[in-house]
Write a protein that binds this ligand. Structure first.
Ligand code: SF4
Ligand code: SF4
Ligand code: SF4
Length: 439
């Protein structure tokens, strides 16, 4: 038996806290635990000397592992298993790149036009060819503003559902929308077409939000978005309010949370998500000076989520608690794609409109090989990088955003917030879960 390389032990107040980054188990441990821990470290472990339940718990928490297990190899195995799993199929679809907003940090241009009927038919064929081997199919609608092309969203959804029925595949969908065009009829259609939740971005109190997320016509959108969030929540759909944070709006978060707490009908069901604004492309380079880097954002994350909880947004209780992950995002799964309104297929949301990054086009039909660009994305692997191999955070960070790693100046993975605030996060949850942890 040996100790995991991902164990973390710290003394907080009078308690010794244990955390393991592979399982994300967190516990207050006693002298019996520490005795086993020390015995393993000193090569004097003898299983018959300890309580059997304690040893079972130490194994299931990830603390103790068999001598012949190489944790990096094991992580890579599970990473590959998930990455190449063709039973899960995911698509992010932009039925239009046009948008009726002009947000200051948007990384897209907004050409007019929607997905043509030919491209829709080609996309349905692409989906059909992938569903033969799938068990689950997830769609995220985004854009531009997807509800500018709502008829396409619903018509494609109908076809996807029919195909899922034909192949006995589970289907679910989600929409990232500015919500300005959402009406009562959409709520019924969301339910019919299994669009189970929506992410709506509100960036500050009315004046701040309207200055950052202005509509093309310059009209205020703030009140309408709150109204639309209520419409969805009151109809049993899930809603994430995304608040994109940078140096310009951080001072206004309390005011926004006050307003949301007052005006959202079911605040205990609303999830708040604080996003880090990043200048991903040249189009949004002008906002670079207002952005926090990962280290700075790590410092403000806990206080932000504390504020959300203090305002009664209970869904955020575990928002900053780390989770084990073997892949970072959709770009890190072989059977997950982003498709734009022209049928171009990409790996990453941020590459839409960048034709040089396209892996193919659904209109190529049987000719789609996906080899162009696709293989280099798929073969990207943080475990190849010494800094990630040595890193305690690997099982919860898994190398961070692959797009950032591929475009970083030194070609190295870019450490996410977890690298900078893990200890604070553990301390925070220890303080909050004290009673439950000690039981
Ligand atoms: S609503 Fe979304 S797509 Fe439209 S301008 Fe804002 S960030 Fe860009
Ligand atoms: S690679 Fe990064 S930017 Fe692209 S979809 Fe994944 S997390 Fe987003
Ligand atoms: S990117 Fe940084 S934090 Fe993430 S696993 Fe690699 S070294 Fe660790």
């Amino acid at each position: 038996m040996k100790l995991s390389r991902y164990n973390f032990l710290r003394q907080y107040d009078d308690a010794t806290i244990f955390f393991n980054a592979t399982t994300c188990a967190l516990a207050v441990v006693d002298e019996n635990f520490l005795r086993v821990f020390d015995d393993v470290k000193n090569n004097s472990y003898d299983e018959k000397n300890y309580d059997a339940q304690l040893i079972a718990d130490m194994k299931s928490s990830g603390c103790l592992i068999e001598d012949d297990v190489d944790e990096l190899e094991r992580l890579e195995f599970y990473r590959n298993l998930a990455k190449y799993d063709v039973t899960n199929f995911g698509l992010t679809i932009a039925p239009t790149l046009d948008c009726n907003f002009r947000c200051k940090y948007c990384f897209e241009t907004h050409p007019k036009g929607k997905m043509t009927s030919e491209t829709q038919a080609a996309l349905v064929k692409f989906v059909e060819s992938r569903l033969e081997r799938a068990k689950n199919f997830s769609v995220t609608w985004y854009g531009g503003e997807p509800l500018l092309a709502k008829e396409i969203v619903y018509s494609l959804s109908k076809k996807f559902l029919e195909l899922c029925e034909k192949f006995s595949v589970e289907y679910d969908a989600f929409i990232v929308t500015n919500a300005s065009l959402l009406d009562d009829a959409d709520v019924e259609l969301f339910k019919r077409y299994k669009i189970n939740g929506a992410q709506i971005t509100i960036d500050g109190p009315k004046e701040i939000h309207d200055s950052r997320r202005r509509s093309v016509s310059g009209k205020s959108t703030f009140d309408k978005l709150i109204d639309r969030a209520n419409l969805l929540l009151n109809n049993g759909l899930s809603v994430i309010v995304r608040i994109n944070i940078d140096k310009e709006n951080i001072a206004h978060v309390d005011e926004l949370l006050d307003t949301l707490a007052e005006r959202i009908d079911k605040r205990e069901e609303l999830k708040i998500d604080f996003g880090q604004v990043s200048p991903f492309t040249d189009i949004c380079k002008s906002i670079e000076g207002d952005c926090y880097d990962h280290e700075q954002f790590a410092d403000i994350m806990i206080p932000l989520y504390e504020k959300a909880l203090a305002h009664g947004f209970e869904m955020n209780k575990m928002a900053v608690y780390p989770s084990p992950r073997v892949n970072f995002c959709c770009a890190d799964y072989a059977n997950s794609f982003v498709v734009d309104s022209h049928g171009e297929i990409y790996r990453c949301w941020n590459h839409v409109q960048d034709l040089a990054s396209s892996c193919g086009n659904v209109n190529d039909g049987d000719e789609i090989t996906l080899e162009k660009n696709y293989l280099s994305w798929i073969q990207w692997n943080p475990i190849k990088h010494p800094k990630c191999r040595e890193c305690f955070c690997l099982p919860i960070c898994i190398g961070g955003c692959p797009h950032l790693a591929r475009t970083s100046d030194d070609g190295q993975p870019v450490c996410g917030t977890v690298k900078y605030n893990l200890e604070k996060v553990i301390e925070y949850y220890y303080d909050n879960l004290k009673g439950e942890l000690a039981d």
